[in-house]
Design a protein around this ligand. Structure first.
Ligand code: AVJ
Length: 324
């Protein structure tokens, strides 16, 4: 969640930008949205009245913490709560607060690729919950899970992947992601994911096309990041945010559209890229699921659904899966 720092990180960023802009249609990977500024703008998005996802997940945790805890401890009295990409951890904090009040025997293990984000989260959580045992792990999700599988095999693991982050994967990518997770987990370990459900298409579209322009800023920020980190000259005002939702495949997608014919130079690649007028750059997918799709996804990737928790509008689900 910080500025790309090491040589290899910068190189893979450059490589990904190159292959994206050489593709047809052009694309950029949404995983690069979250530099410091991008993370700040995402916090703004979560406060938008149109962006219902965060509020739905918080409502589920606020109202159903007891039921969630029952489902967790039904499996095992003591556990490791492992969170993939915790962000600011504000939603997880709602559950942790309840678990501690129930004197639950658990350790909180946040995993993040950014050491700085992890440090801030741990400090904040330790101050907020003095009794919480925190063992933060810096690194790649799968590598960390593999080591945990060896070093603490006897502990039941409950892996959290919240905030509809799974929505940023294509269908095939999400199956691959969960298959890798299940092979890094032991039988009877649990997975707890946040998933945005299909609903009134207009409600979904508005969440990615807010009139205040915050989502537009979020997308354009990636061009600014490329300018800064890869020595490029994108003229930001020459691109505009465009969001779509397709009810037939349940996918919200966002694009940056080139308002005019233009050429952009990327110094770090020693390369220029031509844009036709109205040519799109495909930026992000935010997949929305049906319960049927979710069941199929669980089954194909080595899990079965134990229980789904819903918000009052049934816009969103936190789904508890067991590795089989
Ligand atoms: C962080 C992936 C859940 O897709 O809803 C929000 C990112 N993009 N608005 C989402 C996002 C535009 C968000 N996730």
């Amino acid at each position: 969640m910080t500025t790309t720092s090491t040589k290899t990180e910068l190189q893979s960023f450059a490589e990904d930008v190159r292959s994206g802009l050489e593709s047809s249609p052009k694309s950029l990977s949404s995983k690069y949205f979250y530099d410091d500024e991008g993370s700040r703008i995402f916090q703004e998005i979560m406060k938008l009245p149109e962006y219902y996802l965060t509020r739905c997940e918080s409502e589920i945790f606020q109202r159903q913490a007891a039921e969630i805890y029952d489902a967790f401890k039904h499996e095992n009295a003591s556990f490791d709560l492992i969170e993939l990409g915790p962000g600011d951890g504000s939603k997880t904090a709602l559950l942790i607060d309840h678990f501690l009040k129930q004197s639950a025997d658990f350790t909180y293990v946040p995993i993040d690729i950014s050491a700085e984000a992890l440090r801030l989260l741990s400090e904040h959580f330790q101050a907020k919950f003095p009794d919480l045992i925190i063992k933060e792990k810096n690194g790649d999700y799968f590598r960390v899970l593999e080591t945990l599988k060896e070093t603490s095999a006897e502990r039941t693991k409950i892996v959290f992947f919240l905030g509809s982050n799974i929505g940023n994967f294509r269908r095939d990518e999400s199956i691959e992601f969960f298959q890798r997770l299940s092979s890094a987990m032991s039988k009877d370990d649990l997975l707890f994911i946040g998933v945005d459900l299909q609903k009134d298409p207009r409600v979904i579209l508005r969440a990615y096309d807010d009139p205040s322009g915050v989502t537009s800023e979020f997308n354009l920020n990636l061009l600014k990041r490329i300018n800064r980190e890869l020595d490029a000259n994108f003229a930001i005002e020459n691109f505009m945010h465009y969001a779509s939702y397709h009810p037939t495949d349940g996918a919200a997608r966002s694009y940056l559209i080139s308002r005019e014919r233009q050429t952009v130079k990327i110094g770090a690649l020693g390369q220029s890229f031509d844009f036709a007028q109205w040519e799109p750059i495909y930026m992000e997918i935010s997949q929305k699921y049906t319960l049927g799709m979710l069941e199929e996804l669980a089954e194909k990737s080595g899990f079965r659904i134990v229980k789904n928790f819903f918000d009052s509008k049934k816009y969103y689900t936190n789904s508890l899966w067991k590795a089989v």
